[in-house]
Design a protein around this ligand. Structure first.
Ligand code: SIN
Length: 480
C-alpha cells in the first residue's frame, strides 16, 4: 500500500473510523515543527465507546481457539512487514527517528506479533497430584478480559505490538490509546489488523489529546481488567492510584537511569561500540538508553577519547535524509531540558568533551560530558536526549554502589572480560535487565521490564503473555 492509504485522522472503534464532535489535535513533525496531520480528538467520550466495543467483542473472541487467533496474528505480522516502507515513513514523520531506525522498528514491532502468534498456542495448564483419592486438581488459564494499552511516542509501533500481541493471542480484546504525539502509526496498523481478519471490536484505537482524562476512564472502568502502560514513572503512579478502586491489574514500563560500567579489563573497542548503540539510539530517547557511563579511572582517558571519536562521526538531521543517525528531539521542551542538563553539569564542574549545543529549535548535538558527579541533575533524572555523562570509579564495589544508587531499575550494562566478575556484577545490579558486553539487549525473545521505580511486569518472551491470563483452579470431587 502507498503511505497515503495508511494515513487516518480519526479513531478506529468496532471496525469503524469514527470521531466525536469537531475538536482536533495536531500531529507535529519534530524535525520541522510543521503540522503533519490534524486528527479528530476522541477524548473520554470515544474512550467509553471503545470500552463497550471491546467488551462486546471479548464475548466471542475469548471462545476462539489459540490456533485461529494465531493465524490472524501471523497475517497481521505479514501485512506489517509488507508495508514496512510506508509505516517507517509515517513513523519518522511523527516521531522523528531516522528512517533506518523506523524500518528497524517495523521489524522489531512485527517480531512481537510473530512471537505471540506462536506463544498463544502454548498457554498450558497443569494437572496437580491430588491431596485425596477422590479428587482431581486441574489448572486452566483464561484471558483476563478487556485490556487498555497506553503507549508512548518513542516507539510508535513496537510498544503497541509488545502489549497487544500477547493480549490478543491470549484471547483478550484491546483498546490502544497511543500518545497524541504519534497516533498515525497506531491507526495505520489498525487498518492492517482489520485486513488481517480481527473481528470488529477486538482491536480498537482511540486517539485524543487529553491523556489524563482518557487514562482515568480506563482506570475507573470495571470492564477494563488490565492496563499496560509505557511512559513516565509519575504517570505510572497516577494510573496505579486511580486503579485502586477497581483493583485493576497493571503492567508498568516506566523510566530508567541506566548505568554502563566499563571495568579496567574491558575490551574498550567493544565497549565503545556498545556505548554508541545503547546511548544514541533514537537520539537517546529510549527508556533503556545509557544515562550514566561509569568508567574505571585507569581507562577513563582512553575510553573517553575513543567514544568522542565515534560520536564525531554521527550525522544530525532530518530522519528522512539518508545517512542521518541522530534525528530531532520530540519537542521544544525536550530541547530545553537537554540544554538545562548540560548547563547544570558544566556549572558543577563537568568537562565538555563533545557537542553541548542545540541546533536550531529541533535538534541537539550528540554530547559527551566528562568528570560527571553525583550532584549533577542527570545523575538522578532520566536524560532522554543525546548526552553521555562519564563518571570515574576506582573499585568494583564503588561501581556497583554508584550503579545501584538510583530509584530506577530498568536496564544496566557493563563491560569486562573476567568471567567471575561478570557473574558477580550481574547478580549485584538491581535492574530488570543487564547487558554484559552488549549494548543492544532488546529482542522479542527476552523479558523486557524493570524493578523499583521502573515499574513491574515483563513484556516479550514466554513471560510476556502471563500478564494477560488469569489462573483458574478446578477441583473435581467425588471421583469414586
Ligand atoms: C523503550 O524505550 O521503552 C523501549 C526500548 C526497547 O524496546 O528497546
Amino acid at each position: 500500500m502507498k503511505t497515503a492509504d495508511l494515513v487516518f485522522d480519526r479513531s478506529y472503534i468496532n471496525g469503524e473510523w469514527v470521531k466525536s464532535g469537531n475538536a482536533t489535535f495536531e500531529v507535529i513533525n519534530p524535525a520541522s515543527g510543521k503540522v503533519v496531520a490534524r486528527v479528530a480528538d476522541g477524548g473520554s467520550a470515544l474512550t467509553e465507546i471503545a470500552i463497550d466495543a471491546a467488551e462486546n467483542a471479548f464475548v466471542h473472541w475469548r471462545k476462539t481457539t489459540a490456533k485461529h487467533r494465531s493465524v490472524i496474528l501471523e497475517k497481521w505480522n505479514d501485512l506489517i512487514l509488507e508495508n514496512a516502507a510506508a509505516l517507517a515513513e509515517i513513523m519518522t514523520l511523527e516521531c522523528g527517528k531516522p528512517l533506518k531506525e523506523s524500518l528497524g522498528e517495523v521489524a522489531y514491532g512485527a517480531s512481537f506479533i510473530k512471537w505471540f502468534a506462536e506463544e498463544g498456542k502454548r498457554v498450558y495448564g497443569d494437572v496437580i497430584p491430588p491431596h485425596t483419592e477422590d479428587r482431581r486438581l486441574v489448572v486452566i488459564k483464561q484471558p483476563i478480559g478487556v485490556v487498555a494499552a497506553m503507549t508512548p511516542w518513542n516507539f510508535p509501533l513496537a510498544m503497541i505490538t509488545r502489549k497487544v500481541a500477547p493480549a490478543l493471542a491470549a484471547g483478550c480484546s484491546v483498546i490502544i490509546r497511543p500518545t497524541s504525539e504519534s497516533p498515525l502509526t497506531a491507526l495505520a496498523i489498525a487498518l492492517l489488523a482489520e485486513k488481517a481478519g480481527f473481528p470488529s471490536g477486538v482491536l480498537n484505537v482511540v486517539v485524543g489529546s487529553d491523556s489524563s482524562a482518557m487514562g482515568k476512564v480506563f482506570c475507573e472502568s470495571e470492564v477494563v481488567k488490565k492496563i499496560s502502560f509505557t511512559g513516565s514513572t509519575r504517570v505510572g503512579q497516577i494510573l496505579m492510584e486511580q486503579s485502586a478502586k477497581t483493583l485493576k491489574k497493571l503492567s508498568l514500563e516506566l523510566g530508567g537511569n541506566a548505568p554502563f560500567i566499563v571495568f579496567e579489563d574491558a575490551d574498550i573497542d567493544k565497549a565503545v561500540e556498545g556505548a554508541m548503540v545503547s546511548k544514541y539510539r533514537n537520539a537517546g530517547q529510549t527508556c533503556i538508553c545509557v544515562n550514566r557511563f561509569l568508567v574505571h579511572e585507569k581507562i577513563y582517558d582512553l575510553f573517553t577519547a575513543k567514544l568522542a571519536k565515534a560520536v564525531e562521526k554521527l550525522k544530525v538531521g532530518n530522519g528522512m535524509e539518508t545517512g542521518v543517525n541522530i534525528g530531532p528531539l520530540i519537542n521544544k521542551k525536550a530541547i530545553e531540558t537537554t540544554k538545562y542538563f548540560v548547563a547544570d553539569a558544566l556549572e558543577k564542574g563537568g568537562e565538555l568533551i563533545f557537542g553541548g549545543n542545540a541546533i536550531g529549535d529541533c535538534f541537539f548535538e550528540p554530547t559527551i560530558i566528562g568528570n560527571a558527579t553525583k550532584d549533577m541533575k542527570f545523575s538522578t533524572e532520566e536524560i532522554f536526549g543525546p548526552i553521555a555523562p562519564i563518571y570515574k570509579f576506582k573499585t568494583d564495589e564503588e561501581a556497583i554502589s554508584m550503579a545501584n544508587d538510583t530509584l530506577y531499575g530498568l536496564a544496566s550494562y557493563f563491560y569486562s572480560e573476567g568471567v567471575s566478575r561478570c557473574w558477580k556484577v550481574a547478580e549485584a545490579l538491581e535492574y530488570g535487565m543487564v547487558g554484559i558486553n552488549e549494548g543492544m539487549i532488546s529482542t522479542e525473545a527476552a523479558p523486557f521490564g524493570g524493578v523499583k521505580f521502573s515499574g513491574n511486569g515483563r513484556e516479550g518472551s514466554k513471560y510476556g503473555i502471563a500478564d494477560y491470563l488469569e489462573i483458574k483452579y478446578l477441583c473435581f470431587g467425588n471421583i469414586i
